[in-house]
Design a protein around this ligand. Sequence first.
Ligand code: PGA
Length: 249
Amino acid sequence: MHLRRKLVAGNWKMNGSLGQLAEVSAIAEAARATGGVDVAVCPPFTLLAPALTRAGGITIGAQDCHAAASGPHTGCVSVPMLKEAGARLVICGHSERRADQHETDADVRAKAEAALGGGLVTIICVGESEAERAAGGHLARVEAQLAGSLPDDWEEGELVVAYEPIWAIGTGKVATAVDVAEMHAAIRAALVARYGDRGARVRILYGGSVKAENAAELFAVADVDGALVGGASLTAAQFVPIIEAAAAS
Ligand code: PGA
């Protein structure tokens, strides 16, 4: 029995349409057949409720939430709204939102507090830029993001960290197993320092150009408890082999 059950989460970003929900059905069917792994798909907000009708056993999640429950925040979606639509998981602080929507660590923490307070599984994303890694500052950068973005209070199993080096997202460049091992060990150490034994049970996902071809190698690295997958989560043909690799690891 592993200490932490693996989680493979697909982040559809601003992709997908009603016509592509057959992929969710196919992913769910394969996930059921494979077993042993938690699987989630995070489509755009507009597809949450319809995706749920295809989800049979897998988790449907959102890609962002607002920290408040309601109010004058045009265009935003709250945790109670996500739950009503059937979401059981949310991604907070993805690097694309940190860059495009200027989300700070404090913003991400406030969102994560709302999500965890509402009982959603909450994936908090961290990761360094290429320049930060080149300068040798990658560990310090991620440790600072963890300190600033992670809440104090959460229920067992609901807090998840995703390490996503920005330079590996959507680029086809994957961090080496050695780099991933170094970072995941540092994240684990930070989690245990802050939360004690509970920190040892927080799942740490790797994200950034995860594909069928590299998934098994990544899942073999210590403290890699699953993956956050962008491009390769859009079709069952690409996503299912990643789920199978997680199950086999
Ligand atoms: P990618 O995206 O798999 O397309 O690199 C990962 C992510 O942004 O979560």
